[in-house]
Design a protein. Structure first.
Lengths: 349, 145
């Protein structure tokens, strides 16, 4: 069972492992600095499908299959999949996974989906209810554009605060403790809103949520940024990252060079014309499952916080003049499971 | 932290659009489109068309070119630099009609292409016609006295 630390954080008593993971990207991602870390790169953004939505479903299906094949598991070995995406009614996930026959829990936390899925997976596995789960999410530039913004061929100018939706997905299989990476704790975020209304500046809308969740985690665990090698935010981009530093500085936490952002890692902002950086559920999911988790597995990163952020807006809410609420969930990943300091599992049940 | 404080922080953190690049580009590309229109108009008149007819044929030609370039996935690349220069001429209107027609074809010819075709240009038509009615009424009232 996980034990609660403070008000918001759950510490895993028997830290679950991330058993396998897979990341998929497309053309724009293949031109970025992390291209070589992806498991599958398909330069055809349609993925051979007839519609963009089908292409996105394909992303999730392929990511799950790839992750399963890495450790020779079949869909029957999985107790539950926690999946979501940005599309209305989460059709990326449901259509992608419908033939798999895995118990399905649809989740929506916008671009924070990967952390939300991992948090639920860790709690379920550590709680003993499930043995193996999958967290998977995706985004596709073309489905996001047509749902949230303009048709692809519409001629418009994007402001410099806008971000580029990643065409990609990431899937991670969580199971009982065997080897690193371990999930040692999770902090579930609250919805935060400091009144940003500009849908072309989601980094600014999400930064307060990231700051609040990170602060709560530090308070609950009595730790500081220096206790971690890396604090990886989801898709704050350049504007949101700057604001996060300033917000936490006011609370007395200095992030300095410890913080990195998936939206800034996945693309080269100078040459790829992505303005403030990458975004979308697939941004944090694919960066985590390609570039980050192997480093935790090898011990190159010993202790890190994965803080995926989501902007909980809809085209309707924006048109009605609402501000954009943000959410951030935090996962504490570690190369070390601290078994010496924990009571043995045998005594428990 | 209040919303106002945060708005101040956000303003400082958010880079503004580069007007010193965007405005000259809009002037240049918008100007090129208009010069092309003038060139076409003169050519058509040289072929013996009346000025009114030539004007209409120029519009048709520019709309066709814009639609073609939209379909060939070139127009949005020009517009990325052109900004208002590609938006304001009739070519921008054609792009605003053709791009959703292409995009929403996947939802079918009726509820997709047919219904969504005017999703961007629709308001321009609605308020364009409304404004012309108001304009017409004003002219009518002036002519009464």
């Amino acid at each position: 069972m996980s034990s609660k630390l403070g008000k918001y954080t759950y510490r895993m008593d028997n830290p679950p492992s991330v058993l396998a993971y897979a990341a998929i990207g497309s053309k724009k991602e293949s031109e970025g600095p992390l291209a070589s870390y992806f498991d599958i790169i398909n330069e055809d953004t349609t993925f051979g499908e007839k519609s963009w939505e089908k292409a996105e479903s394909r992303l999730q299906k392929d990511a799950v299959n790839k992750a399963l094949s890495k450790i020779q598991l079949s869909t029957g070995d999985i107790d539950c999949v926690f999946a979501g995406d940005l599309l209305n009614q989460c059709i990326g996930a449901t259509f992608g996974l419908r033939e798999m026959g895995i118990p399905f829990v649809g989740i929506y936390g916008a671009c924070s989906n990967m952390a939300e899925g991992l948090a639920l997976s860790a709690l379920m596995v550590d709680g003993g209810a499930m043995k193996k789960t999958i967290a998977v999410t995706s985004s596709h530039f073309c489905t996001a554009e047509r749902q949230y913004r303009f048709p692809l061929e519409y001629g418009g100018q994007r402001p410099l605060t806008a971000q580029w939706t990643v065409t990609g997905s990431g899937a991670a299989i969580v199971g009982e403790r065997v080897s690193p990476p371990y999930i040692k704790a999770v902090t579930l975020g609250c919805i935060e809103d400091l009144g940003i209304k500009d849908a072309n500046n989601m980094g600014a809308a999400m930064a307060p949520a990231a700051a609040a969740t990170i602060k709560r985690f530090f308070e609950d665990t009595c730790t500081v940024p220096d206790n971690y090698d890396l604090i990886l935010t989801g898709d704050l981009g350049q504007v949101g990252s700057d604001l996060l530093h300033q917000l936490l500085e006011r609370e007395g936490y200095h992030l300095g060079k410890k913080q990195a952002d998936c939206g800034l890692l996945i693309y080269d902002r100078e040459t790829q014309d992505v303005h403030a950086g990458g975004s979308g559920c697939g941004c944090s999911a694919s960066v985590l499952c390609s570039y980050i988790l192997p480093a935790v597995k090898d011990g190159r990163i010993k202790n890190m916080l994965f803080v995926a952020t989501g902007a909980l807006l809809s085209p309707t809410s924006v048109q009605q003049g609402e501000s954009i609420p943000g959410i951030a969930h935090l996962i504490h990943l570690s190369a070390d499971d601290d078994t010496k300091t924990r009571p043995s599992t045998a005594g428990g049940m | 932290m209040t919303n106002k404080d945060y708005e101040q922080l956000n303003k400082k953190a958010s880079p503004p659009s580069k007007s010193y690049i965007n405005i000259p580009y809009a002037f240049l590309i918008g100007g090129i489109i208009c010069t092309l229109g003038e060139f076409l108009s003169n050519t058509y008149q040289g072929m013996g068309m009346e000025q009114d007819t030539a004007g209409a044929v120029v519009s048709v030609t520019l709309v066709f070119l814009s639609a073609l370039l939209t379909g060939l996935k070139i127009y949005d690349k020009i517009a990325k630099h052109g900004g208002a220069g590609t938006l304001v001429p009739i070519t921008g209107f054609a792009n605003a009609v053709v791009s959703p027609a292409l995009e929403f074809k996947s939802e079918g010819m009726i509820l997709g292409l047919g219904a969504k075709m005017f999703v961007i240009a629709g308001p321009v038509i609605v308020y364009g016609i409304s404004a012309s009615i108001v304009y017409g009424i004003i002219i009518f009232l002036f002519k009464l006295y």
